[in-house]
Design a protein. Structure first.
Length: 187
């Protein structure tokens, strides 16, 4: 990878962190969107098979892994101000999941939840439901997936989605799963 491009990606990342520290999520996301576009372009141009292999050669001030979690969080914050960032969150998380090889890593779980939550933020509850159902069909033992799904009907629900009975039903369904992780949190 060209050192000039590495520096440019790093600069966009650091600029985004500066904005985030000033509670300017939208500006942070604009900087990080540029960083992500460059990462994707470099991966494609140099045939990196995974984000993990790209991250090993990146040598920036942040690892791609850690930065990606921060970017996802700031996209959530930005979406609370401007809903276009909910779609950007879906797009980023989907792209990250496709390019991250270790599908058993917890970051993949968090990205899947972010996609489901973002659909709910956009008023697309059917799409959000589908994401949660499909992901929890693959990983039914992941307690926090169930908690986050219930939250879109109660704790973080849009007014039109508030449904305490549905939230409780989701958590009760989770408690039927053998070897459920984070059982106490679900309770």
């Amino acid at each position: 990878m060209d050192i000039k491009i590495q520096k440019e990606i790093n600069n966009y990342m650091q600029s985004g962190y500066t904005c985030a520290m000033k509670d300017d999520s939208i500006s942070a996301c604009k900087e990080w969107e540029k960083a992500w576009a460059m990462i994707v372009a470099q991966m494609d141009e140099h045939n990196y098979l995974s984000l993990e292999s790209f991250d090993k050669e990146f040598n920036g001030e942040q690892s791609i892994y850690n930065w990606a979690s921060d970017y996802e969080s700031e996209l959530y914050n930005a979406a609370r101000e401007d809903l276009q960032y909910a779609q950007k969150r879906i797009d980023f998380c989907s792209g990250f999941m496709q390019r991250y090889a270790d599908k058993s890593n917890g970051i993949i779980d968090n990205m899947a939840v972010a996609i489901g939550e973002s659909y709910f933020m956009l008023g697309k509850s059917e799409e959000g439901e589908k994401v949660f159902k499909e992901y929890l069909a693959e990983k039914p033992y992941w307690g926090w997936g169930w908690i986050n799904w219930s939250d879109v009907y109660w704790l973080f629900a849009l007014p039109e989605n508030k449904d305490s009975e549905k939230a409780i039903a989701i958590l009760k369904q989770a408690l039927t799963v053998e070897d459920l992780q984070y059982r106490m949190d679900v309770l």
